[in-house]
Design a protein around this ligand. Sequence first.
Ligand SMILES: Nc1ncnc2c1ncn2[C@@H]1O[C@H](COP(=O)(O)OP(=O)(O)OP(=O)(O)O)[C@@H](O)[C@H]1O
Ligand SMILES: [Mg+2]
Length: 358
Amino acid sequence: MSPYEAYFEFAPDALVLVDEHGRIVRSNLSADRIFGYSLGELQGQSIEVLVPEGLRRTHEKHRLRFMAEPRSRPVGPSLNLAARRKDGSEFPVEISLTYAETDAGSFVVCNISDITGRLTRESEDRRREALTMLGTTVAGIAHDLNNPLSVIISRAELLLVPGVELTSQTRSDVEVIYRHARRASRIIQDLLALTRQDPRPHETVNLNEVVSRALLLVEGQMLREGKKIIVDLTADLPMMMGNPVSLEQVLVNLLSNARDAMAAGSIVKVRTARSNGQADWIELAVSDNGCGIPPDALSKLFRFLYTTKPGGTGLGLWLAKRTAIEHGGTIEVDSKVGKGSTFMLRFPAAPSLHAGNA
Ligand SMILES: Nc1ncnc2c1ncn2[C@@H]1O[C@H](COP(=O)(O)OP(=O)(O)OP(=O)(O)O)[C@@H](O)[C@H]1O
Ligand SMILES: [Mg+2]
């Protein structure tokens, strides 16, 4: 076998040698493999067997035109070309033609590349690009909405301070404005966390302080709704490695869920502790005596966009789980319908540092 023959035979692309009448004179190993034919089976067949059935007549016309004015060239690089395997299945290809006149007659070498893999990669790249763009847009909008919302929230808070004279109707209206602005702000924070590709940076965190900060955000509204928060923070709590903002967001989400689940007069308890008395894990539990969760819903709670609330987004617990995992921790739920629910987060403690009381 000459080097040229060896190249033809073993080239990675499918090579098919066709005579001036469109008959296949020879196909290489890749052509047989890619098109699903056995050795020598293509020999003598019309090149049109490799063309999808619906395109065979057009292909024949193009072939005759090509032979009338032969020229080596790629075939319509911008066309979406397809080829047909022996089993009838079709796949996308790129083709280039090399024309050769020899003593034995005129021939065309068709070089056929299967581009399925490349197209899949390209569409995957486009999808990822679109998602990144969407993420950037959402993050931009969310960020811009944050400022006006903060103004609405803080003005409403000022109006709700005890001692400010308001009619009971106005007070209740301001409370509605405040509650909805808070909710919108929480959704925005969740969306921002959702579009964030990389986890926020970790530092040494005192979980008791995270609890205190989260309470500042939710306690006022809960009290106004007649719902109480009892806090039980373990002194001498080990520190943990984490992001205080992400952890606070989780706690605000858990407390908001507790609030939604409870009627006026109910109590939610927030507790930090060493896990089972062990020094190297810490836990944070949020327990409410609200409506509870039916057993069949328990397995769905942490799913993306799972919600049973008319205006809910179903992001809160999904983000809580993602954050727990990002911190090397876990989140579990224990609930009884009509009795209440406990959400338990566990995190590894940072070695030999103590958080103490907040
Ligand atoms: N403490 C709870 N008591 C009862 N049901 C709860 C409790 N926490 C969560 N759930 C149930 O889990 C669902 C998902 O909660 P998640 O916080 O993920 O979303 P959501 O509260 O519905 O919407 P949002 O994205 O606004 O938080 C809720 O719709 C509710 O059915
Ligand atoms: Mg929620």
